[in-house]
Design a protein around this ligand. Structure first.
Ligand SMILES: [Zn+2]
Length: 307
Protein backbone atom coordinates (compact mmCIF):
# COMPACT_ATOMS: atom_id res chain seq x y z
CA UNK A 1 0.00 0.00 0.00
CA UNK A 2 1.26 3.46 -0.83
CA UNK A 3 1.05 6.00 1.94
CA UNK A 4 -0.68 9.24 1.09
CA UNK A 5 2.72 10.96 1.09
CA UNK A 6 4.12 8.46 -1.43
CA UNK A 7 1.02 8.84 -3.54
CA UNK A 8 1.59 12.60 -3.67
CA UNK A 9 5.25 12.11 -4.61
CA UNK A 10 4.27 9.71 -7.39
CA UNK A 11 1.62 12.09 -8.63
CA UNK A 12 4.22 14.87 -8.65
CA UNK A 13 6.65 12.72 -10.64
CA UNK A 14 3.94 11.79 -13.12
CA UNK A 15 2.99 15.44 -13.63
CA UNK A 16 6.66 16.36 -14.17
CA UNK A 17 7.09 13.64 -16.78
CA UNK A 18 3.87 14.70 -18.52
CA UNK A 19 4.97 18.34 -18.54
CA UNK A 20 8.39 17.49 -19.98
CA UNK A 21 6.76 15.36 -22.64
CA UNK A 22 4.31 18.14 -23.50
CA UNK A 23 7.20 20.62 -23.82
CA UNK A 24 8.91 18.71 -26.60
CA UNK A 25 7.81 19.04 -30.20
CA UNK A 26 7.12 15.32 -30.39
CA UNK A 27 8.72 14.80 -33.80
CA UNK A 28 9.37 11.37 -35.23
CA UNK A 29 11.80 12.59 -37.91
CA UNK A 30 15.25 11.16 -37.21
CA UNK A 31 17.14 13.65 -39.36
CA UNK A 32 18.93 16.60 -37.72
CA UNK A 33 16.48 19.41 -36.97
CA UNK A 34 17.46 22.89 -38.14
CA UNK A 35 15.21 25.73 -36.99
CA UNK A 36 15.38 29.00 -38.92
CA UNK A 37 13.73 32.37 -38.50
CA UNK A 38 12.97 33.88 -41.94
CA UNK A 39 11.88 32.26 -45.19
CA UNK A 40 15.14 33.30 -46.87
CA UNK A 41 17.32 31.78 -44.16
CA UNK A 42 15.13 28.65 -44.24
CA UNK A 43 15.57 28.40 -47.99
CA UNK A 44 19.36 28.79 -47.82
CA UNK A 45 19.57 25.99 -45.26
CA UNK A 46 17.21 23.80 -47.29
CA UNK A 47 19.18 24.33 -50.50
CA UNK A 48 22.33 23.05 -48.82
CA UNK A 49 20.82 20.48 -46.48
CA UNK A 50 18.51 18.94 -49.07
CA UNK A 51 16.84 15.72 -47.96
CA UNK A 52 19.34 15.10 -45.15
CA UNK A 53 17.85 17.53 -42.64
CA UNK A 54 14.46 18.72 -41.45
CA UNK A 55 14.07 22.51 -41.65
CA UNK A 56 11.47 24.48 -39.69
CA UNK A 57 10.92 28.17 -40.50
CA UNK A 58 9.30 30.15 -37.70
CA UNK A 59 8.41 33.39 -39.52
CA UNK A 60 6.23 32.36 -42.46
CA UNK A 61 5.66 33.99 -45.87
CA UNK A 62 4.24 37.51 -45.75
CA UNK A 63 5.08 38.02 -42.08
CA UNK A 64 7.28 40.95 -41.06
CA UNK A 65 10.38 39.66 -39.22
CA UNK A 66 11.14 43.08 -37.68
CA UNK A 67 8.15 42.94 -35.36
CA UNK A 68 7.41 39.21 -35.20
CA UNK A 69 6.96 38.16 -31.60
CA UNK A 70 8.12 34.56 -31.00
CA UNK A 71 5.34 32.26 -29.83
CA UNK A 72 5.57 29.59 -27.15
CA UNK A 73 5.63 26.90 -29.83
CA UNK A 74 8.63 28.66 -31.42
CA UNK A 75 10.52 28.38 -28.15
CA UNK A 76 9.86 24.62 -28.12
CA UNK A 77 11.24 24.26 -31.64
CA UNK A 78 14.29 26.36 -30.78
CA UNK A 79 15.07 24.23 -27.74
CA UNK A 80 14.59 21.02 -29.72
CA UNK A 81 16.84 22.08 -32.61
CA UNK A 82 20.23 20.58 -33.38
CA UNK A 83 21.05 23.89 -35.07
CA UNK A 84 19.33 27.30 -35.10
CA UNK A 85 20.11 29.64 -37.99
CA UNK A 86 19.01 33.28 -37.92
CA UNK A 87 19.67 36.31 -40.12
CA UNK A 88 20.86 38.50 -37.24
CA UNK A 89 21.97 42.16 -37.51
CA UNK A 90 18.84 42.88 -35.48
CA UNK A 91 16.43 41.80 -38.21
CA UNK A 92 14.60 39.53 -35.78
CA UNK A 93 14.27 42.33 -33.24
CA UNK A 94 12.11 40.42 -30.77
CA UNK A 95 14.08 37.16 -30.63
CA UNK A 96 16.74 38.39 -28.20
CA UNK A 97 15.11 36.87 -25.13
CA UNK A 98 14.37 33.39 -26.51
CA UNK A 99 17.79 33.08 -28.15
CA UNK A 100 19.57 33.85 -24.90
CA UNK A 101 18.38 30.50 -23.55
CA UNK A 102 20.13 28.59 -26.34
CA UNK A 103 23.51 26.95 -26.25
CA UNK A 104 25.65 29.32 -28.35
CA UNK A 105 27.24 26.33 -30.13
CA UNK A 106 23.91 25.48 -31.70
CA UNK A 107 23.21 29.04 -32.91
CA UNK A 108 24.45 30.33 -36.27
CA UNK A 109 23.97 34.06 -36.83
CA UNK A 110 24.50 34.65 -40.55
CA UNK A 111 25.03 38.41 -40.18
CA UNK A 112 28.07 37.76 -37.96
CA UNK A 113 29.77 36.06 -40.92
CA UNK A 114 29.44 38.95 -43.37
CA UNK A 115 32.64 40.95 -43.83
CA UNK A 116 32.27 44.46 -42.38
CA UNK A 117 33.31 46.02 -45.70
CA UNK A 118 30.42 44.21 -47.39
CA UNK A 119 27.84 45.57 -44.94
CA UNK A 120 25.81 48.72 -45.46
CA UNK A 121 25.03 50.89 -42.45
CA UNK A 122 21.98 53.04 -41.74
CA UNK A 123 23.90 54.82 -39.00
CA UNK A 124 27.26 54.18 -37.32
CA UNK A 125 27.04 50.73 -35.69
CA UNK A 126 23.58 50.13 -37.17
CA UNK A 127 24.10 47.66 -40.00
CA UNK A 128 21.35 47.16 -42.57
CA UNK A 129 20.11 43.58 -41.96
CA UNK A 130 18.65 42.97 -45.47
CA UNK A 131 21.83 41.18 -46.56
CA UNK A 132 20.07 38.58 -48.77
CA UNK A 133 19.53 41.20 -51.47
CA UNK A 134 23.26 41.23 -52.17
CA UNK A 135 23.68 37.92 -54.03
CA UNK A 136 27.45 38.02 -53.42
CA UNK A 137 26.87 38.08 -49.67
CA UNK A 138 24.27 35.30 -49.88
CA UNK A 139 26.60 33.19 -51.99
CA UNK A 140 29.41 33.68 -49.46
CA UNK A 141 27.10 32.55 -46.65
CA UNK A 142 26.41 29.20 -48.32
CA UNK A 143 29.73 27.64 -47.14
CA UNK A 144 29.08 29.01 -43.65
CA UNK A 145 25.80 27.07 -43.55
CA UNK A 146 27.54 24.04 -45.09
CA UNK A 147 30.14 23.98 -42.28
CA UNK A 148 27.45 24.27 -39.62
CA UNK A 149 25.55 21.33 -41.15
CA UNK A 150 28.71 19.23 -41.38
CA UNK A 151 29.36 19.94 -37.69
CA UNK A 152 26.00 18.42 -36.67
CA UNK A 153 25.96 15.71 -39.35
CA UNK A 154 29.48 14.79 -40.52
CA UNK A 155 28.24 11.63 -42.26
CA UNK A 156 26.74 13.75 -45.06
CA UNK A 157 29.71 16.06 -45.56
CA UNK A 158 30.13 15.16 -49.24
CA UNK A 159 26.49 15.88 -50.02
CA UNK A 160 26.51 19.26 -48.24
CA UNK A 161 29.70 20.23 -50.07
CA UNK A 162 28.31 19.28 -53.49
CA UNK A 163 24.98 21.01 -52.85
CA UNK A 164 26.77 24.19 -51.75
CA UNK A 165 28.74 24.34 -55.01
CA UNK A 166 25.58 23.72 -57.02
CA UNK A 167 23.68 26.43 -55.18
CA UNK A 168 26.48 28.94 -55.67
CA UNK A 169 26.32 28.19 -59.40
CA UNK A 170 22.52 28.70 -59.34
CA UNK A 171 23.00 32.13 -57.75
CA UNK A 172 25.64 33.02 -60.37
CA UNK A 173 23.27 32.08 -63.19
CA UNK A 174 20.55 34.21 -61.61
CA UNK A 175 22.84 37.23 -61.23
CA UNK A 176 23.83 36.99 -64.88
CA UNK A 177 20.16 36.92 -65.89
CA UNK A 178 19.25 39.79 -63.55
CA UNK A 179 22.11 41.96 -64.85
CA UNK A 180 20.89 41.45 -68.42
CA UNK A 181 17.37 42.46 -67.39
CA UNK A 182 18.55 45.56 -65.55
CA UNK A 183 20.50 46.71 -68.61
CA UNK A 184 17.23 47.06 -70.52
CA UNK A 185 16.29 49.99 -68.25
CA UNK A 186 18.10 53.30 -68.94
CA UNK A 187 20.41 54.12 -66.02
CA UNK A 188 18.52 57.37 -65.30
CA UNK A 189 15.39 55.28 -64.63
CA UNK A 190 17.04 52.87 -62.22
CA UNK A 191 15.33 54.26 -59.14
CA UNK A 192 13.47 52.03 -56.72
CA UNK A 193 10.93 53.42 -54.25
CA UNK A 194 9.41 51.14 -51.61
CA UNK A 195 7.64 51.33 -48.26
CA UNK A 196 10.61 50.43 -46.07
CA UNK A 197 14.30 50.52 -46.73
CA UNK A 198 14.93 46.85 -47.52
CA UNK A 199 16.58 47.27 -50.91
CA UNK A 200 19.88 49.09 -50.30
CA UNK A 201 21.88 45.91 -50.97
CA UNK A 202 19.84 45.35 -54.13
CA UNK A 203 20.62 48.92 -55.17
CA UNK A 204 24.33 48.44 -54.65
CA UNK A 205 24.39 45.09 -56.45
CA UNK A 206 22.40 46.22 -59.50
CA UNK A 207 23.12 49.94 -59.74
CA UNK A 208 19.79 51.35 -58.52
CA UNK A 209 19.15 54.39 -56.37
CA UNK A 210 16.75 53.37 -53.60
CA UNK A 211 14.31 55.44 -51.59
CA UNK A 212 11.81 54.38 -48.94
CA UNK A 213 9.16 55.88 -46.71
CA UNK A 214 10.55 54.18 -43.63
CA UNK A 215 14.05 53.22 -42.56
CA UNK A 216 15.58 49.75 -42.34
CA UNK A 217 13.07 48.72 -39.67
CA UNK A 218 9.28 48.75 -39.92
CA UNK A 219 8.79 49.44 -36.21
CA UNK A 220 6.73 52.58 -35.72
CA UNK A 221 4.34 54.19 -38.19
CA UNK A 222 5.47 56.16 -41.20
CA UNK A 223 4.96 59.86 -40.45
CA UNK A 224 3.05 62.29 -42.67
CA UNK A 225 6.29 64.26 -43.06
CA UNK A 226 8.11 61.13 -44.34
CA UNK A 227 5.29 60.51 -46.81
CA UNK A 228 5.21 64.12 -48.07
CA UNK A 229 8.99 64.32 -48.41
CA UNK A 230 9.03 61.17 -50.49
CA UNK A 231 6.14 62.41 -52.67
CA UNK A 232 8.09 65.63 -53.34
CA UNK A 233 11.14 63.59 -54.31
CA UNK A 234 9.07 61.45 -56.71
CA UNK A 235 7.78 64.62 -58.38
CA UNK A 236 11.25 66.23 -58.59
CA UNK A 237 12.90 63.14 -60.05
CA UNK A 238 9.86 62.34 -62.20
CA UNK A 239 9.74 58.77 -60.90
CA UNK A 240 6.85 56.88 -62.55
CA UNK A 241 6.39 53.87 -60.27
CA UNK A 242 6.79 52.69 -56.71
CA UNK A 243 6.33 49.30 -55.13
CA UNK A 244 4.34 47.55 -52.44
CA UNK A 245 6.03 44.94 -50.23
CA UNK A 246 4.34 41.74 -49.09
CA UNK A 247 5.43 42.23 -45.48
CA UNK A 248 4.39 45.90 -45.14
CA UNK A 249 0.79 47.22 -45.20
CA UNK A 250 -0.08 48.75 -48.58
CA UNK A 251 -1.62 51.86 -46.94
CA UNK A 252 1.78 53.55 -46.64
CA UNK A 253 2.45 53.31 -50.36
CA UNK A 254 -1.11 54.43 -51.20
CA UNK A 255 -0.55 57.50 -49.01
CA UNK A 256 2.55 58.35 -51.07
CA UNK A 257 0.61 57.94 -54.34
CA UNK A 258 -2.04 60.38 -53.03
CA UNK A 259 0.54 62.85 -51.72
CA UNK A 260 2.24 62.82 -55.13
CA UNK A 261 -1.10 63.38 -56.87
CA UNK A 262 -1.61 66.45 -54.67
CA UNK A 263 1.65 67.75 -56.20
CA UNK A 264 0.29 67.01 -59.70
CA UNK A 265 2.69 64.09 -60.14
CA UNK A 266 1.19 60.79 -61.24
CA UNK A 267 2.93 57.76 -59.84
CA UNK A 268 1.58 54.23 -60.11
CA UNK A 269 2.06 51.14 -58.00
CA UNK A 270 4.41 49.10 -60.17
CA UNK A 271 3.66 45.84 -58.40
CA UNK A 272 4.39 43.90 -55.26
CA UNK A 273 7.90 42.95 -54.21
CA UNK A 274 9.09 40.28 -51.83
CA UNK A 275 11.20 42.23 -49.36
CA UNK A 276 11.63 40.55 -45.99
CA UNK A 277 9.94 37.27 -46.88
CA UNK A 278 9.61 34.98 -49.88
CA UNK A 279 6.14 33.94 -51.07
CA UNK A 280 3.95 30.90 -50.53
CA UNK A 281 4.55 27.77 -52.63
CA UNK A 282 1.43 28.32 -54.75
CA UNK A 283 2.75 31.72 -55.87
CA UNK A 284 5.88 30.16 -57.35
CA UNK A 285 8.01 32.57 -55.28
CA UNK A 286 8.73 30.36 -52.31
CA UNK A 287 12.51 30.36 -52.58
CA UNK A 288 15.10 33.12 -52.43
CA UNK A 289 15.94 32.88 -56.11
CA UNK A 290 12.28 32.65 -57.22
CA UNK A 291 11.28 35.64 -55.09
CA UNK A 292 14.29 37.62 -56.33
CA UNK A 293 13.47 36.77 -59.95
CA UNK A 294 9.89 37.96 -59.38
CA UNK A 295 11.25 41.24 -57.96
CA UNK A 296 13.57 41.80 -60.92
CA UNK A 297 10.80 41.11 -63.44
CA UNK A 298 8.33 43.37 -61.59
CA UNK A 299 10.79 46.26 -61.22
CA UNK A 300 12.01 46.08 -64.82
CA UNK A 301 8.50 45.89 -66.32
CA UNK A 302 7.23 48.83 -64.25
CA UNK A 303 10.18 51.07 -65.04
CA UNK A 304 10.24 50.18 -68.75
CA UNK A 305 6.55 50.73 -69.43
CA UNK A 306 6.45 54.47 -68.77
CA UNK A 307 8.00 56.08 -71.80
ZN1 LIG B 1 13.02 44.94 -43.47
Amino acid sequence: MFTRRKQLVLLGLLLTVMTLWACGTDRDDERPLVVTTTTYVGDLVRQIGGPYIEVITLIGPGIDPHDYQPRQSDTKWLLDADLVVINGLNLEERFGEVLRNLDSRSLLVLGDHVKTEQLLFEAPNVPDPHIWFDPAIWMALAPVVRDALIAIDPANQAAYTARTLQYQRDIEVFVHYAMQQVETVPSSRRILVTAHDAFAYFGRAFGFEVYAVQGISTSGEASIVDIENLARLLAELDIPALFVETTVPEATIQAVVEAAAALNHTVVVGGTLYSDSAGVIASGTDTYLRAYRHNITTIIQALQSHD
